[in-house]
Design a protein. Structure first.
Length: 337
């Protein structure tokens, strides 16, 4: 069970394929999240009221703006192998957010509102979207952790996130509130940004980032299990398979820079999965996308059947820098074949 499943895992987590999209220039205009140039690039671009900077994290551009500010503020600290801005390992977060927006995964899946739909407010992020709620924990909390760490310098006002219209209790909205609600999670993101502002090895930064990333998903998954009911069954299954796969990706310290992330995202389905989608029979998905959906499913099932032993063994194999290097090379070799 273990060896075949590990091979399935590495194939499923490939960062590059020969798809047409992956062959495009990964640092060109199309490489950035949708509407990237329109997102706020400074905290001063947000409204200020009662000595508080107010951010609506349920608007695509404003949530994207938080990522853009993190990229703008952290670029000078990062020395990833790739050059200039493209080498920032934080690119994985806004690019995933952009993929979710572009593929309709941030819209209201219940159709009870027009939030996120073309016939309504396209930039609206629905609190009923499983993807958007999961992403909140990988957007707002990292952002507030960065502010708390001093990445953005001394601010003239406190930062406050506006609550959604429903499910307000599922989220936190300020540095103090998030520390009180999710102390471990905030501490891990703060520690990552503090480390990023000091001399560091890229692998050390990736280790801390992925640690915080995995913790974010671990907190969010049980909280938003009920939100899966709004999704078609194939999409709900894919969401859970994807969340499981992140644990395996994290163990390799995969570099989430601009180029790697864009290559990897070419493998993901470019629309929501609907009833009747049964990979590898989805004709509008590329062969690679169909294959990855199958592999993610197999990986999740194998991990469940082993009671989580598969992930434990994988993490043990990836516990050294040499092991992680071999793991990443195996991923690339399996992808190319």
């Amino acid at each position: 069970l273990v060896i075949p499943a590990l091979l399935i895992a590495t194939a499923a987590l490939s960062p590059a394929t020969a798809t047409a999209q992956a062959e495009n220039d990964a640092t060109g205009e199309d490489a950035y999240p949708p509407l990237w140039e329109h997102a706020p690039g400074s905290l001063m671009d947000f409204p200020v009221k009662d000595n508080r900077i107010l951010i609506n994290a349920w608007n695509y551009l404003q949530r994207l703006g938080m990522y853009k500010i993190l990229l703008n503020s952290s670029g000078k600290y990062f020395t990833a192998p790739r050059s200039q801005d493209a080498g920032n390992i934080l690119w994985g977060l806004p690019l995933q957010h952009g993929w979710q927006f572009r593929t309709g995964r941030l819209a209201d899946p219940s159709s009870a509102t027009s939030c996120g739909h073309e016939d309504g407010d396209l930039l609206c992020i629905s609190v009923r979207s499983w993807w958007s709620c999961m992403n909140y924990y990988l957007a707002v909390i990292p952002f507030l952790g960065a502010v708390d760490a001093g990445l953005l310098g001394q601010l003239p006002h406190e930062v406050e996130i506006l609550p959604p219209e429903e499910q307000e209790a599922d989220f936190c909205y300020s540095i103090a509130g998030c520390h009180a609600r999710f102390p471990r999670l905030m501490d891990e993101w703060k520690a990552y940004f503090e480390r990023a502002m000091s001399p560091f090895k890229v692998d050390d930064a990736l280790s801390l980032m992925w640690k915080a990333h995995v913790t974010s998903i671990a907190y969010a998954l049980p909280m938003f299990q009920d939100s899966l009911k709004y999704l078609p069954d194939p999409e709900a299954t894919f969401g859970e398979d994807w969340a499981n796969a992140v644990d395996f990706i994290a163990a390799t310290h995969f570099s989430t820079d601009l180029v790697n992330t864009n290559h990897f995202q070419a493998l993901l389905p470019q629309r929501m999965l609907l009833e009747g989608d049964v990979p590898p029979a989805s004709s509008d998905f590329s062969p690679q996308q169909n294959q990855v959906l199958l592999m993610l499913r197999a990986l999740h099932k194998a991990n469940q059947l082993s009671g989580g032993l598969l992930l434990k063994l994988w993490r043990k194999a990836m516990s050294t820098e040499a092991g992680r290097k071999i793991g990443r090379e195996l991923i690339e070799n399996l992808a190319s074949s």
